[in-house]
Ligand binder design. Structure first.
Ligand code: SF4
Length: 344
């Protein structure tokens, strides 16, 4: 008999599923799974033995299958490829000096077509479910607990456009935040979007103060449309207005991601235009020197171009940081491990 997977159900869903079991039992089970990481009913020793046996017959707690793992030489980055029902999904654990962070995927493949990205080369295969996204985070939390550590923050910036998988994303975030789950503060969660403007407004209306990170990558309409097809649907002006509106409504500073592509968008003139369009916004810019992808014909910027761009923004009223390069030796840029795995 096929056993139903309980992982990913909210407490209300567990209560409904386990009826006529009393609600407190459903809560015990939720805490056992999410808080204590028990993925076998036998380990739930606060439940009567006969109940554990009954549950094992009808249900399972299935998380994710580890397909492969790569560790960077400096030990700071670990990349995992996880399997969910035939789909392969990448996640990256980054050990920063301010805590452990995981970057998760929201879809298998991506339909958004950004020209510098490997994840979109085969289009969208499917959305990940809320349970699968939670399982990505949970996998890393369990991995860290094994080392006596914990997960401090979550970034939804891997493969896929999270706002194109909106309902599953919101369900997962709310579950992740629950006390009976990992109790993750919304402020420790960052959602990255390539600029799906109507969904940014929907996210604002959810009233969960997650940090919004908008992938900008160009300071004018023409160049952005060349690099990111989404710009033809929602132009730069509309996107910046949506970002500003999100910042005002949540009080959270919006991060604008800007991938520096050698000779394409990395000159002082580009920096000047970027400073102009962001002037007066509650925002900061995260500069990302392009990490070469064998399937894409872009070059990394020179070190001097990165420094000049950074200096220009910071001396013209725009707070900017340069993303620390982590795990280049394990292909940390999104989609690369999966693409290699698929192509074996
Ligand atoms: S950068 Fe993000 S949104 Fe753009 S194609 Fe890649 S995964 Fe999709």
């Amino acid at each position: 008999m096929n056993r139903k997977n309980l992982f990913g159900l909210t407490l209300d869903e567990l209560i409904a599923e386990l009826e006529p079991l009393p609600k407190f039992r459903a809560k015990q089970i939720a805490q056992n799974i999410y808080k204590h990481g028990k993925i076998s009913f036998d380990e739930m020793t606060d439940l009567p033995k006969n109940l554990r046996a009954e549950l094992s017959e009808r249900y399972e707690i299935k998380i994710a299958e580890l397909l492969t793992r790569l560790d960077s030489r400096d030990g700071l980055t670990t990349k995992f490829l996880l399997g969910f029902d035939g789909a392969a999904v990448e996640i990256v654990l980054m050990r920063h000096d301010y805590g452990n962070s995981v970057c998760i995927s929201s879809q298998v493949g991506c339909q958004m077509g950004c020209k510098f990205c490997a994840s979109t080369l085969k289009g969208l295969e499917r959305n990940l479910t809320a349970a699968e996204m939670l399982a990505e985070i949970f996998f890393v939390e369990m991995f860290l607990r094994g080392d006596g550590q914990k997960l401090d923050s979550v970034v939804i910036m891997g493969t896929g456009e999270p706002l194109m998988n909106f309902d599953a994303l919101i369900k997962m975030l709310r579950l992740l935040h629950e006390d009976y789950c990992l109790g993750m503060s919304y402020r420790k969660i960052t959602i990255s979007t390539c600029g799906v403007v109507p969904a940014i407004k929907k996210l604002r209306d959810e009233k969960i103060p997650v940090t919004l990170s908008i992938s900008l990558h160009a300071p004018d309409e023409n160049l952005r449309s060349e690099l990111m097809p989404i710009n033809s649907a929602f132009g730069l002006k509309t996107l910046l207005a949506a970002g500003d509106d999100y910042a005002q409504a949540t009080g959270r500073r919006v991060t604008y991601e800007y991938i520096l592509l050698g000779g394409v968008n990395d000159t002082e003139e580009h920096a000047r235009r970027l400073a102009k369009i962001l002037s007066g916004q509650l925002a900061n810019v995260n500069l990302i020197p392009f990490n070469p992808v064998s399937e894409r014909n872009f070059l990394p910027p020179t070190k001097s171009a990165v420094q000049k761009f950074f200096h220009f923004l910071n001396t013209h009223g725009i707070g900017a940081t340069i993303r620390k390069e982590m795990g280049a030796d394990v292909n940390a840029a999104c989609g690369q491990l999966r693409a290699k795995f698929d192509g074996r």
